[in-house]
Ligand binder design. Structure first.
Ligand code: URA
Length: 249
């Protein structure tokens, strides 16, 4: 087990800069495994060692996994001059450095897309979910501008299942999409499951057939579904079971 320095661990758990942590340690406010520790360089095993600061146990954690029901007008990128970012939406408890890495969104949703967005510090989970090789399914609820008659709906189901050439978008060239599963809900709404994530993919898939997506919400990633109890803009940490579901794909 790789050990990390006590000051690094405390700094990454919200106790301020290394200098702030040094002050806490020098004051004798930090205990490691029941004994006052005066040495900032003490090696800590985050799975076995217990740290108390000023009598309060520090819950050590390497990685954080968050499910967010992303709202419209919030961008998935980590910086934006105009809109709020998904990281701005998090409480201060999450605006710290984590041991596992930086908290970042897993993939992207457009500014006007709502729904399931994962945020994590775990780069290997991000890679697992976003690598094109893994074909992780993503399901969207789609509302279209133009109603589609039932004969045309069946035609689109077949075309989406076979894959087709998707129209270009700005600098993005046309591409052949992989097989996708389209399930109609009404004459202008459907659920679409895709196994890739090209730029504006869902919008472009319908644009290819001269329709327009006027509302888009992601409802699942892999085997993980958006918790319906989360209102738009809300978020919470994943349970252990939910995390295992994500690793199953
Ligand atoms: N497809 C889109 O067109 N937009 C998204 O945000 C996600 C998938």
């Amino acid at each position: 087990m790789k050990k990390e320095r006590l000051d690094k661990i405390l700094s990454h758990h919200g106790f301020g800069s290394r200098k702030d942590v040094k002050t806490l340690v020098r004051k004798g406010l930090v205990q490691v495994n029941g004994k006052i520790c005066l040495n900032c360089e003490t090696g800590i095993d985050d799975e076995a060692d217990e740290i108390f600061v000023d009598g309060e146990k520090v819950v050590l954690r390497k990685n954080v996994y968050i499910m967010m029901n992303k709202a419209q007008n919030v961008v998935t990128s980590t910086k934006d001059g105009i809109h709020r970012t998904v990281l701005d939406e998090l409480s201060d408890d999450y605006k710290i450095n984590f041991l596992g890495g930086n908290l970042h969104p897993v993939g992207r949703l457009d500014v006007d897309t709502e729904g399931l967005l994962l945020l994590t510090t775990d780069g290997s989970l991000t890679h697992h979910l976003t690598s094109p090789k893994n074909h992780v399914p993503k399901t969207y609820f789609v509302v279209l501008k133009n109603p589609v008659a039932s004969s045309e709906q069946q035609n689109l189901v077949k075309k989406f299942a076979l894959g087709f050439e998707v129209v270009p978008d700005g600098n993005e060239s046309a591409f052949c999409c992989q097989s996708a599963n389209l399930v109609w809900i009404s004459e202008n709404s459907a659920q679409l499951t895709i196994h890739e994530g090209k730029y504006h993919q869902v919008k472009r898939m319908f644009k290819t057939f001269e329709n327009e997506v006027i509302f888009l919400k992601r409802i699942s990633v892999g085997k993980l579904c958006l918790d319906e109890k989360l209102s738009t803009g809300e978020y919470r940490e994943l349970t252990e079971e939910e995390l295992s579901l994500l690793l199953e794909n």
